[in-house]
Design a protein around this ligand. Sequence first.
Ligand code: DGT
Ligand code: CA
Ligand code: CA
Ligand code: ZN
Length: 570
Amino acid sequence: MKNLEIVRILNNIADILELKNVEFKPMAYRKAAQGVEFLSEDIEEVYKRGELQEIPGVGEHIAKKIEEIIKTGKLKYYNKLKKEVKIDIEGLKSIPGLGPKKIIQLYKKLKIKNLKDLEKAIKKNKLQTISGFGKETEKLLLKGIIFIKSQPKRLLYSHAIPIVKEIKETFQKFNFVKRIEVAGSFRRGKETVGDLDFLILSNQPEKVMKLFTSLPDIKQILAKGTTRGSIRLNNGLQIDLRILKEKEFGSALLYFTGNKQHNIELRKIALRKGYTLSEYGLFNLKTKKLIAGKTEEEIYKKLNLQYIPPELRTNLGELQAAQNNSLPKLVTEKDIKGIFHNHTNYSDGNYSILEMAQQAQKLGFKFISFNDHVGDIALANPLDEKRLKKYLQDIEKTKKKLKITLLNGIEIDILKDGTLLLKPTLLKKLDVVIASTHMALKMPQKKMTERICHALENYPINILAHPTTRLINERPPINVNLEKVFQTAKKNNTFLEINGSPKRRDLNSTHIRMAKKIGCKFAISTDAHTLSHIKDDYNYALLEARRGGLETKDIINCWNLSKIKKELEK
Ligand code: DGT
Ligand code: CA
Ligand code: CA
Ligand code: ZN
């Protein structure tokens, strides 16, 4: 599994080249990195099939580089570049607000090569001596350093998927493996995982353990017992394994799915009913007799609880609801009729309107909404009025070629002062207006709240996209009064986006719960920039919606098309 390592190297090369003022090449490397990052399988499999150049953004030149990494684990070109520039760009770039331009200034003026140097310089107020770096910049960068240090580096859920798939497939080949499940945060659908927890049902634990400790890509064997083991992979990820018997599989699955608070509360409920609950089963407190353990379902049932789906197991009210028979009927994959927020090659997407729509149709969706960029993000190649016209015509033309319903629309920037580039009268003509912030994200709370609410109150916005703009492991959420934003959205019939892009997952489940209490409705978006996002990213949004306890009545994507259209016209 070298995907992540390859993404890292390609991105680092882009940064170094940018630092060296090389033109065009950095963008090419970045695009390739993005292509690899969003692969939903092991890149070595793609390589074996000879299909590296099918990855979006990967041409002949970069394919050769990837091949070298796969074959040798190294890239000579990259090592040479690293030696030339002595700066730890990767570390410095992890600080929100530090781009290549600033990094090179810091190096030229203050000889700052890494995070340690930077922190020292800030503490001595040295940055203020460089033009363009005020007191505010110092404060922001220091905050950034603290943010990065406080963030344990957890693996994105989307990056865990191919690893889980590969390990499952490896074990499933053997008939001494009766069943294999992943528990823990992965099963709960959390946006990041600290480690992976595998459970295997088998009568031959020695064979399972031998296979486990000889998996490819192991850096270290942390523990190796008869029924439990732990390894660390080369990419740093820890994997825990339990080997179980049939009579205890359900109780172990329940225990290792967690979360911890859910387990603790569940155990208390069991005790109140005269049982004890552990990973080994549900037992009668007095007689110690095994009551249930084979399946999770029978354990919940014996405790007089509704079955609680893993996504809800957080001890945030689900146990009480399960006692009162009032758990939400969570939205499922088949409830989603279509998807919002898809980009094409009119702005920063990789494929045409037709190709994206065909893919959505192939996946069985009834509608797809196109929302290419309008606004002031130059990087995203936003549509001006002239190109917008052509784009809308193209959507009209494409409609005739396909069965699936196409909704036309844009994703428009909420500018610093809360205005939008297009007039409300013009926006009203579109099916779906999505608005979002991309620039000037460091405003103080009052100003940011006013900015977003002003837009919601003065323009016909259907969906507020990625409302907090966080990027997991990269960028903290904006400082905004979400309660006020949610109330304003509700008042103005604006749906709140659940953005499924794996680094965004925005809104997250906590905010979804909060907004649902206020009475808001939601829209599930892919934020797709390429074909594979359509399938993968809508699933991540769906997981987040389930974690937030949403039902079909809360989500516009689940309604029938005529109701959706009527709702969007409000
Ligand atoms: P992660 O790995 O940080 O993303 O989060 P989890 O939830 O996967 O946590 P992990 O791997 O440490 O443990 C897996 C599950 O095992 C956890 O969700 C609940 C259960 N568990 C772990 N430690 C305890 C504990 O001290 N008490 C109880 N009741 N359950 C625990
Ligand atoms: Ca875990
Ligand atoms: Ca674990
Ligand atoms: Zn977008």
